[in-house]
Design a protein around this ligand. Structure first.
Ligand code: ZN
Ligand code: ZN
Length: 286
């Protein structure tokens, strides 16, 4: 059903462009069981759902039909690929979600969801919320935990997805400790909660701060100290890097031919010394 505050012809804002979106908007409203009411009330900013005469109705500006179409289209559809969702859909969590991310909502106030094929394609671990309330109850899981507690020898603590530097440890390690750890990020951080048998042992939150192959398990207070220290260091690191770039302007690669002659002279010298030592040793033994 469509109701208009004025007749479409009298709607100065219902331009040809907006009118072109109308059939699709009506079809989408019908799909999700909502009526449509177009208005030119400037107080209506974004499309919203209200009950008008007992019927749940999308109220949208006549000059913003395209916006309303986008919003209604998102209801019950995968946020990534737009297909209609089935029972296997899970709450949407973007790859770059920061700890504490609590979901995007559609215009009905429902959490935005992703279809199962899109979740699988993303390669991201499911959060406890995505696995459902039964899972959370069974494993004492926090809503944001990404650990799969069903796999053998899995962790019994709960963790956010780690926040990582894109720079790898092996790219900035001259010590050799990072050899063979090609995919280890330079720095990582994650929130971890331990609440195994909480009546007996309590519940403890920590920040795991990773530096290459090293890991610090910090209290939130210590993590704050580390953050402050890091922030101060970053400010002092910048002039070091800037100065190095300046100094490096005078760097040059050297002449490989002269380098070869130098190495050969060095080898000759080493041989002569070795021969002299052998001669002396032979003289001492006589
Ligand atoms: Zn999808
Ligand atoms: Zn968990």
């Amino acid at each position: 059903m469509i109701t208009l505050a004025k007749t479409p012809a009298a709607h100065p804002d219902l331009t040809a462009e907006n009118a072109a979106y109308l059939p699709a908007l009506l079809a989408e409203c019908q799909r999700v069981g909502l009526a449509l009411h177009l208005t030119d009330d400037p107080a209506v900013d974004l499309p919203e759902i209200k009950t008008m005469g007992g019927i749940r109705t999308v109220i949208a500006r006549a000059d913003e039909v395209g916006v309303a179409l986008d919003d209604v289209k998102a209801i019950g559809r995968c946020i990534t690929c737009n297909t209609e969702l089935d029972d296997t859909a899970v709450v949407y969590a973007p790859a770059n979600a920061v700890p504490g991310f609590s979901g995007c909502k559609d215009m009905t106030g429902a959490l935005a969801k992703t279809c199962r094929p899109c979740v699988d394609a993303s390669g991201l671990p499911l959060t406890a919320v995505q696995r459902g309330p039964e899972w959370m109850l069974r494993y004492g899981c926090t809503p944001w935990c990404v650990n799969d507690h069903t796999v053998p020898a899995s962790a019994d603590w709960h963790s956010t997805a780690p926040t990582e530097t894109s720079l790898l440890a092996s790219a900035v390690d001259s010590s050799g400790y990072s050899d063979g750890t090609d995919n280890l990020p330079w720095m990582t951080a994650q929130v971890v909660v331990s609440n195994d048998l909480p009546q007996a042992y309590g519940r403890h939150t920590s920040v795991w701060l990773g530096y290459g192959v090293h890991l610090a398990e910090l209290t939130p207070g210590k993590a704050r100290e580390a953050l402050d220290s890091l922030r101060a260091f970053v400010a002092r690191l910048e002039p070091v890097v800037d100065f190095a770039a300046q100094v490096a302007a005078d760097d040059f690669p050297g002449d490989p031919e002269i380098a070869r002659l130098d190495r050969e002279a060095e080898d000759r010298h080493a041989h002569q010394q070795a021969a002299a030592r052998t001669e002396r040793a032979a003289g001492d033994n006589q």
